[in-house]
Design a protein around this ligand. Sequence first.
Ligand code: FE
Length: 348
Amino acid sequence: MKHPITKTSLLTLAGATSILAFSSASAHASGEVNVYSARSEALIAPLLDTFSKENNVKVNLITGNADALLSRLKSEGDASPADVFITVDAGRLYRAKDAGVLQSFDTDHLNNVVPEYLKDREGYWYGLSQRARVILYNPETVSAADLSTYEDLADPKWKGKICIRSSSNIYNQSLVASMIDANGEKQTLEWIKGLVANFARPPAGGDTDQIKAAAAGVCDIAVANTYYFGRLGLSDKPEDRAVFNKLKMFWPNQADNERGAHVNVSGIGITKSSKNTNNAKQLIDFLTNKQSQEWYAKVNNEYPVIDGVAPPKSLATFGDFKADTVSLSVLGENNRQAVTLMDQGGWK
Ligand code: FE
């Protein structure tokens, strides 16, 4: 209760786009927990509200842009009111760890339910949901039999056929970081050069733009995260569903001798400055229970991180897949190298 988030104290700080407080049902909450989230309010607030009511803990939520929230945590330092930080991509979670704004922790529950590869190896963050980076293709121009691996996307047979966003995007940096781990630096640089030579156009736009470009015939293959594709299939807009229906999804690197599809997470950590670590741990245990995982995966069109929870309807048609189980800590550790190689390889 030492650093309550109030509108007056927070509005003076840059980076917040939304402030929301969930008061517990009881007049005397047993404490509070302050959440900084790079995920928008609609994707997390109802869960926090349930937690607040069930546990008699007041939850204060600040949402904002991922990079702005991290800068804010850094500038607030020990004085930060935040207890918990939620963001997407292991590369970004690593940046928060590396910046010294998180602390190592665990709970019996987390140790039991979150797989090793979906958390920081030193316990600075834990995955809350999984997404895979996959190949979307136009079945009128590409045969699934010709697709196989990420590595194969550098084959000259795909010249002028591939859409993928820029190298400044963390999802691509993390994919390359995983490839450095799997294939080494030298081979990864060659791969980047081959991939760039196969681009249908200079990188522009986000993942959804790549998918739409493939549906429009600008390219035959797009690389994007699963939730972007799943979301189009559920859209109220007929033109979005037409994009979804025009393309098919391919799981890369599934053969027995392959490592599996590249996955990444949205994740959560406890801040170094936290004054409410017990409440923070209780909240993180709650977010990784079965009911929360089911809800969170559904609204985000993502895969749960725990066993025994089915993927949401939007992803059900994609079927089962083998995930690359390299520790996601590697994505952060190799990030700088990945950015350097992408630059050297001419990936704009
Ligand atoms: Fe995204």
